[in-house]
Every structure is written in C-alpha cells, then in structure tokens.
Design a protein around this ligand. Sequence first.
Ligand code: DUC
Ligand code: ZN
Ligand code: ZN
Length: 471
Amino acid sequence: MTTRLIIGGTVVNATHTSLSDVLIDGEKIVGVVSPDSEIVQTALRGDIDIIDASGKYVIPGGVDAHVHLQLPMTPQATSSDSFESGTQAAAWGGTTTVIDFAGQIKGTAIPEALESRLAEASGQCAIDYSLHLSIGDVNKQSLIDIAGLVDDGITSYKLFMAYPDAWYSDDGQILQVMQLAAESGAMTMMHAENGIAIDVLRDQAAERGNLGSVWHGRTRPPELEGEATHRAIQLAIVAGAPLYIVHLSSTNALREVARARDEGRNVFAETCPQYLYLSLEEHLDQPGIDGVRHICSPPLRSSADGNQDNLWMGLRTDDLSVVATDHCPFCDAEKLLGVDDFRETPNGLGVIEHRMDLLFQGVRNNEISLQRWVEICSTTPARLFGLQGRKGIITSGADADIVIYNPDTEHVLGASSHHMDVDHSVWEGMAVKGQAESVLSRGNFVIRNREFVGNAGHGKFLKRAIPEPLR
Ligand code: DUC
Ligand code: ZN
Ligand code: ZN
C-alpha cells in the first residue's frame, strides 16, 4: 500500500478551511493534520510519496449525482460519452464519483434493467460510480422490486412527470413509490415538468409550423416546471418522504422549493451549470446546428427575468442544495436529426468535465463562497445519496478522493481541448480561471500534473447507504 502526504495546501471542506497536510494510507485518508505535527514529521522520515500542494486548494473529489453515459435516448441516438470516456473526462475536471441511471423502460422489469446497466459499466470506469434507478413502469411487480432496491445499494430512484409516451408516472403511481421511499429511507428524484400540458403545446406549435429549436423552450414554459414541482412536493408531504428535484431550471420551480424548505420540509433541488450560464435567447434561439446543440430538458430559460441570477441566489441561500451536470452529450450528426423539427432532437449536452471549473467561477465572481463550492459539488450530493463519510469530505476514514486544484490556471473551454467524447462544445471559447491539477481516486492518481495516469476498471461500483436527508 502506498502512503502519501499532501503538504502545503489549503484544505477546503464544506464546513471549514485550514492550512493542513493530508496523510493517505492506501485508499483512505488517515490524517488531516497541522504541518508541524509529530505525525507529519514521522511520515516525512518514512518511505512516502510527497505531493506538494503549495498555493493550491486541496478539495474533496467532485460528486456528480446526475449523468447519462452511453444512454440510448432514441433508437437513432445514444449519448456519445461511454462509461470509459465519460468517467475519464469527469476526472480531468476534478470529479471522482458519478451517479448514472439504470432505466426501467415500460414493459420491462427492474432487476433486468439494473443487471444490464451494471454490466455495461463494469470494468469501464476510471473513477467510482453508482446508479440511481429511473422508473418508467410503476405496477404491482415493480413496487415489490423497488422495495428491495436498498438491499442492493440502490437508495434513490427517479420518476418523471414529463414524457407521457415513455417515462411518465401519474400522481397515484408517484404517491405509491414515495410511500415506499418513506418506509425505506430511499430518495425520490423527480423530473418535474407537466408533460401532459407540454405535449399539447408541442402539437400546437408543430401544427403552426413552429419547428425551430427555440420552440423546444417555448413549449416547455417555466410555469409548467413550477406547477409540477409544487405537485411533487405536495405528494411527497402526503407520503412523508424526502424529495429531490433534478435539473431545476426556473425561478418558478425555485420558489416552490424555497417555500417548502421554509416550512421545514425535506425537499432538495439540484441545478446544472447550463441553467446558470446559458439562456434561451442567446443559445437556444439560434438557427441550424447552433440551436439544436443547446436542446436539453428542461430547456434553457429566458434571462429576461433574471433567471440565472436567481439560481445563483438559490445556491447561496441553500434553496438549491446541489449542482450536478445531467451530462448527456450527442454529436452533431445526432443533434442534426432535429434541425428541421425540434421534436426529433435528442435532448442533452456535454458538461461533465467542466462542472467544478464553472462553479469555481462562481467563487471568483463572489456568487458563492469557497466552502459552498465544495458543499454543493461534493459534500451534499454525497450525503443526499448515501455516500456520507466516504465521499465529498476530507477527513480521517474517508476515501482518499482528493483534487489538488490550482486557482490560478487560466484556460479556455472548447472541443479541441476537452476530453469528453463529443465533437462540439456548448462552452466553446469560454475563458475560465482555476483547474484540477492532480486527481486521486481512493489514493490512486487518475490525473497527475495534468496527465491522465488512470485506467478503465479502477472505478468501483458503490453500493450506497440510506441517504441522510436532514436539512
Ligand atoms: N431528463 C434528464 O434527466 N436527462 C436527459 C433528459 C431528461 O429529460
Ligand atoms: Zn429528467
Ligand atoms: Zn438526466
């Protein structure tokens, strides 16, 4: 087992920042100690790998709680990052844990969905990974199967109020699943958009010949995200279950979450970098390939009402608890399927590599504090999804998932330099300051001084504990 000592850095946890050295034995952190402590002096006299982090931040590896690698979104389009390429790209950006999804499509069984997704990921990942379950068919048998999921370490599942022809669950089905979650302690995640109303708007737009990419946004108005978020919260209250709203994009939905949290409910929400930085006017409302590259669901929102500013504020006030990516990239050939009809575009974009850097710009711009950056990108997602104590924290006993982050490195995001397996970037030309310089996963270097030294298969499947959803 290798012993390593990270010296000279500023250790940033969600709760405090300190000038400490970090001692690693094998896969675990065994000490976060003062540089002049006896333990450091003894370690320095031994056979030890010294990592100099002077002038850098030493942060817990990022936990991206929402990604879609090699997801067959439609018969014609599978998200372009594989488990191998996507987890490598995540590591380049300072993320050391990803949670993807196994999907139970209508008419299929949950155990098979899980088994096949686990087989796809096995041996491919450069960093640790886990799976939520997307539930597309709530019936008698699936309710039995869902109840047993926690024993397999799957302690969270996603339901959909959108997509009536595919993933949709009605309110009764949602309530039943939430009742199970209330019993088991699992976390229910919700895609909160009113899909029935959205489908009416989409049909009406198409009948009028409104098929450009901006109509993807105009037919999914923020009111229908707000309404669904409200309804999901009420159902969770009735069931007595905690609730996690995924990919929250609008002020309308944020208000509903804030109100519930003000009432003391165990309601949480994640937003994504694309909703913090990109907008309907500037990015989605473009002709041709430029527009369809920005189609994701929920859609990019208008900036006219200060939506992005409100989301940053939500991160400050803790009404938004997590930033995940919903990484789901498609190459231009797949995106072009919808260039004449937005409804044919596979939804999603690529961001897994850039989440930590994009949110660090929020620190630089005084939108969030350094500790809050760590909290929303690592510590809270670990806690809400049953990885508390293992991931998202630099403390004795935790996995040695650690990033040496250089706050002074300037770089420009774009397709020629990124490691995501997608042939364009919605972040093209964006200049940022701050970069993961070295990345350790369970004590092993994945990135060392901006060189990839990891391997597919290092990443282990994480069976997760019951989440700790207390506010
Ligand atoms: N929801 C997701 O979480 N990801 C991709 C598309 C969607 O609707
Ligand atoms: Zn969704
Ligand atoms: Zn998603």
